[in-house]
Design a protein around this ligand. Structure first.
Ligand code: TYM
Length: 355
């Protein structure tokens, strides 16, 4: 039985500042996966423009996210790093998926509801169709694994639904062309052109929360800069933000159970554990019974120790436009060849004359 070759794909939007949530929930995981898998990491500039972006700022942010990938340790020669708009096949497949996905499916997407807010009528069509482009990003490489933070879970479920509907809608044609690959779906073995991609939502911090509100996720779009630690923050700013982080009046418990109902305290403990690459239990064994006035400086020191080298590298690399652009160009060429190979078959499957 032939099966899909394991391939990792993930993307990050070049909008606003990259923060600790992006790093711990996604980018650090990207770095780890490159030892065991072929990986494609994409700066999704076409997703960014689903809300208006100042063009020069979009270019700057595209280079900065690329620099963050490289500074964190992604190897662009062994793997592929590129920006989405260079590979037009993403948009081509997204259109086909717009015709496969159902309005009802997209209507259920909570991220659209959050981003569009009350003024849905005024949101761009692109913002509504955002998840079909995301499915195309992944499936144009027939990627099997996608490392992301917890907030992308629903989008990845939709990606599987789209793959499955495409496989079903065109099953006869896929069989006729011999383009199918066998895969296990639960107990069943089915044959399809697109894999049912698995999300990798793992690691100690799949959902890093805001420093100002333990019930909200840390986000690029939060108006308060105190709510997040940006990867470009200097040591003083990181310390200040952790010092000002919201907590409750109690000290740290000795057991993880004692964090229940204390989202801000839990978030700081999770951050410490993730940065130190240890467990919450170990952190509490060390700090249980202490006050936040003792814990916060330790957390700030650890965050500075882990993030300062990345921030320094990011600054150095993003200033070297020629180098960053050459990485993206080279990555785009290699990604483009793979994407075109998929699209040649997709056009035949769907019945679009064009090859
Ligand atoms: P984006 O740019 O919002 O975020 C990039 C990655 O960071 C993760 N993340 C977090 N993880 C933990 N805690 C947080 N507070 C936190 N905030 C963000 C996100 O889950 C993501 O993994 N739609 C995607 C980009 C995308 C994509 C794709 C991802 C486009 N195409 C294909 C995977 C595969 C997004 O907006 O991520």
């Amino acid at each position: 039985m032939s099966s899909f070759k394991p391939l990792v794909f993930s993307g990050v939007q070049p909008t606003g500042n990259l923060h600790l949530g992006n790093y711990l929930g996604a980018i650090r995981r990207f770095v780890q996966l490159q030892d065991s898998h072929d990986c494609i990491y994409c700066v999704v500039d076409m997703h960014a423009i689903t809300t208006w972006q100042e063009p020069a700022e979009l270019i700057r942010a595209t280079r900065e996210v690329t620099a963050a990938f490289l500074a964190a340790g992604i190897d662009p020669r062994k793997h592929i790093v590129f920006n989405q708009s260079r590979v037009v096949q993403h948009a081509e497949l997204a259109w086909i998926f717009n015709c496969v996905a159902r309005m009802g499916w997209l209507n259920r997407m909570t991220q659209f509801k959050e981003k569009a807010g009350k003024d849905r009528e005024n949101a761009s069509v692109g913002l509504f169709a955002y998840p079909t482009l995301m499915a195309a990003d992944i499936l144009v490489y027939r990627a099997t694994h996608v490392p992301v933070g917890d907030d992308q879970k629903q989008h990845l479920e939709l990606t599987r639904d789209i793959a499955q509907k495409f496989n079903n809608d065109f099953s006869a044609r896929i069989a006729e062309l011999g383009a199918g690959v066998e895969m296990k779906v639960g107990e069943e073995t089915v044959n399809g052109f697109f894999p049912l991609t698995e999300p990798l939502i793992e690691g100690p911090a799949p959902r890093v929360m805001s420093l100002r509100d333990g019930l909200k996720k840390m986000s690029k779009s939060d108006p308060s800069d105190l709510s997040r630690i940006n990867l470009t923050d200097d040591a003083e700013t990181i310390s200040k933000k952790i010092r000002k982080a919201k907590t409750d009046p109690d000290g740290l418990p000795s057991e993880a159970d004692g964090l229940k109902g204390r989202p801000e305290a839990e978030n700081l403990v999770v951050l410490y554990a993730a940065l130190a690459e240890t467990s919450k239990e170990n952190v509490l064994a060390e700090f249980g019974g202490k006050q936040f006035s003792a814990f916060k400086p330790a957390l700030a020191d650890l965050a500075v120790e882990k993030l300062a080298p990345i921030a320094g590298e990011m600054r150095r690399i993003s200033a070297d436009h020629a180098y960053v652009d050459s990485v993206l160009r080279d990555g785009g060429e290699r990604a483009g060849m793979q994407a075109e190979a998929t699209m040649k078959t997709v056009r035949e499957i769907v019945g679009l004359l064009g090859n």
